[in-house]
Ligand binder design. Structure first.
Ligand code: SAM
Length: 232
């Protein structure tokens, strides 16, 4: 899979050289390229922002550098998907991550300031699938943290990236037996730690009882922490 990230802070994406994503890149499963939006400006100050039309606080990212950057990068994608992190997008979910992991690639456009001039998304909708996505109901300073989250969530679903694929199937939100639920509590050795014991059932070796217990715990945790997931 190929992922391009366009940002004014390329160094922000450095952690994508580490751990699971870093390994996927080293092993050739992920071709990740980070581009500096300012390389697509032509003035001495490498300006990417300007005052908002209609007035108001803050600055807006100008469309011209975005146009040049996206013209250069999107055309290298056969089936272009343009992801625009923004608090006003739809939720970024595990099912989106799963759908995107099956695509040949994506381009992530990281906004800053008050966001990117809206004509950019409108313009590229004619040549790409444009998806504005929100990471959660809070406001970050820029799209880079969202890009880190999206790249990691998608990369761990690429075939061969996570050693034991069963662990992906058991995850919170994953399609499968636990669909629509968050995962319950997990334990490892020692069997007792500071007076807290591991639940007996997990030491029983009875796979049927363990599966039933895990399901019940997942349901309980979902009811307690994420009742919204159970609606409908
Ligand atoms: N004025 C914008 C609003 O209220 O919708 C907030 C802009 S925010 C300060 C700057 C950039 O951070 C956005 O363009 C987007 O790239 C990113 N961002 C902030 N919060 C986000 C979130 N919850 N999900 C995804 N991206 C976010």
């Amino acid at each position: 899979m190929r992922i391009d990230v366009i940002t004014i802070f390329p160094d922000y994406l450095a952690p994508l050289g580490l751990s699971l994503v870093g390994k996927a890149r080293e092993q050739g499963m992920l071709d990740m390229r980070v581009h500096d939006l300012r390389d697509f400006t032509h003035d001495r100050h490498r300006t990417v922002d300007d005052e908002p039309y209609g007035g108001g606080p803050g600055m807006v990212m100008r469309p011209e550098p975005w146009g040049e950057a996206l013209d250069a990068v999107l055309t290298e994608h056969a089936d272009p998907l343009l992801v625009i992190p923004t608090p006003s997008g739809g939720p970024f979910t595990q099912s989106l991550a799963t759908a995107w992991a099956a695509r040949p690639g994506m381009v992530i456009a990281c906004g800053r300031y008050e966001g990117i001039d809206a004509r950019v998304a409108d313009h590229y909708a004619a040549q790409a699938e444009v998806v504005p996505v929100c990471l959660g109901d809070y406001v970050l300073a820029g799209g880079e943290v969202a890009a880190l989250a999206i790249v990691e969530a998608v990369t761990r679903l690429l075939p061969g990236v996570v050693g034991n694929e069963a662990s992906i199937a058991d995850d919170s939100f994953a399609p499968g037996s636990m669909e629509g639920l968050v995962e319950g509590p997990v334990y490892t050795r020692p069997p007792e730690w500071r007076g807290h014991a591991v639940p007996d059932v997990l030491l029983s070796g009875d796979h049927g009882r363990i599966a039933a217990w895990r399901r019940e715990q997942a349901e309980r945790r979902t009811r307690d922490m994420r009742p919204d997931l159970l609606e409908g």
